[in-house]
Ligand binder design. Structure first.
Ligand SMILES: NC(=O)c1ccc[n+]([C@@H]2O[C@H](COP(=O)([O-])OP(=O)(O)OC[C@H]3O[C@@H](n4cnc5c(N)ncnc54)[C@H](O)[C@@H]3O)[C@@H](O)[C@H]2O)c1
Ligand SMILES: CC(C)C[C@H](N)C(=O)O
Length: 365
């Protein structure tokens, strides 16, 4: 991989490698774009097959956060960290403390939070070293685990997409096929069940499936059978790239709306589902509830205010669908347009000179 070539192509600002031999920390912080504000994005801990795979993931996820934050109306740029390691075996206190010091060294250009493989307890350790971390324990007056709020946002966004496909936003009696019933999707299933939706679920973790079957009267299917389920909505809530050449011909749903990041394997798959008349709720618009919630900590966390903003994901999805119809483009392109136009508007509005503490004028005797 030619790193600078890749960074130049998508206009990345910074890539930081952090190594601490004592704790075993190997982390990569990617900062994509800080036009709107400091880069906020979670820390993923994962057993990457190679360093190249980890770098690519950090870069790809950081760029996703630029778009997510911009489309959500947050004054934040996009960044992400990956820590190379097994979250079940390789974590230790020194690792997250060392990582916290690296974040502190960036002096606010990057703010972290949870992602796959990291928890509130990990954020609390980072917080011992830096204030540039969110999603820390409610005991510190903070927002805690973002997953339930992400789930609420996905539920709201799903309703907006269902409105477009069925002419009503009620989920009562609708069949929703949920792929992966982890932290976010378990909470999503709770909302759907309460509204009277019928759930079909799958997971590679049998215990997660058992819980959903027991708590929400869900029907379980094998992981590979989830795509071909006769359903109204397919909710990808596990991994990325599940909308691809193999799965698209199997999908019966009229709506795709779920929590997973990077759901389209390639943009061509967004075009394909658009041509099939499927209403696709773009991933980074519908799953922004978690980041909206943790970002509220920067103002002094207020859960009521944060939930109100997350409720607005309904309107954001409706707006994306409207732009797509107006401009005759797939929804994933409409979402990109929404985010890019906001970043451009803000870039232009900042072109006016404003003196700050580092400017030569401030340093004159
Ligand atoms: N947690 C958040 O607040 C948040 C916010 C935005 C986006 N997301 C995205 O949503 C997705 C889910 O996040 P989460 O926090 O619930 O993660 P999680 O790890 O708790 O849940 C994911 C679930 O998917 C299952 N899974 C993995 N591979 C599978 C497969 N091939 N088939 C079926 N199930 C499979 C796992 O066993 C697990 O139960 C991720 O893609 C994440 O990046 C999460
Ligand atoms: C900041 C975090 C809550 C980010 C979250 N993991 C996401 O992908 O949106």
């Amino acid at each position: 991989m030619e790193i600078f070539k890749y960074m130049e192509h998508y206009d990345y600002e910074q890539l930081v490698f952090c190594q601490d031999r004592q704790s075993g920390l190997k982390a990569i912080i990617a900062i994509h774009d800080t036009t709107l504000g400091p880069a906020l994005g979670g820390t993923r801990m994962w057993t990457y097959e190679s360093e190249e795979e980890a770098i690519e993931d950090a870069l790809r996820l950081a760029r996703g956060m630029t778009y997510k934050n911009a489309a959500a109306g947050l004054n934040l740029g996009g960044g992400k960290t990956v820590i190379i390691g097994d979250p079940r075996k390789d974590k230790n206190e020194e690792m997250f403390r060392a990582f916290g010091r690296y974040i502190q060294g960036l002096n606010g250009r990057y703010i972290t939070a949870e992602d796959v493989g990291t928890t509130v307890a990990d954020m609390d350790l980072i917080h011992e070293e830096t204030d540039y971390v969110t999603g820390i324990s409610p005991a510190f007056g903070s927002s805690g685990n973002p997953s339930p709020v992400t789930a609420y946002g996905v539920y709201r966004g799903m309703k907006a997409a269902v409105m477009e496909a069925f002419g009503t936003d009620s989920l009562e009696g609708k069949v929703v096929a949920v792929q992966g019933v982890g932290n976010v999707a378990y909470n999503l299933c709770k909302h759907l069940h309460e509204e009277g939706a019928h759930l079909v679920v799958t997971d590679i973790n049998k215990e997660a499936v058992r819980r959903a079957v027991e708590d929400f009267n869900a029907k379980a299917v094998e992981p590979n059978d989830i795509y071909s389920v006769e359903c109204d909505v397919y909710a990808p809530c596990a991994l990325g790239a599940t909308i691809n050449d193999v799965t698209i011909p199997q999908i019966k749903a009229k709506v795709i709306a779920g929590a997973a990041n990077n759901q389209l394997k390639d943009t061509k798959h967004g075009d394909l589902i658009h041509e099939m008349g499927i209403v696709y709720a773009p991933d980074y618009v519908i799953n922004a509830g978690g980041v909206i919630n943790v970002a509220d900590e920067l103002y002094g966390y207020n859960s009521e205010r944060a939930l109100k903003k997350v409720e607005g994901i309904y309107n954001n999805i409706a707006r994306v669908i409207e732009i797509a119809k107006r401009d005759g483009i797939p929804t994933y392109q409409a979402a990109d347009r929404l985010a890019e136009e906001r970043i451009e508007r803000m870039r232009n509005s900042r072109s006016q000179f404003l003196q700050n503490g580092h400017h030569i004028l401030s340093r004159r005797p």
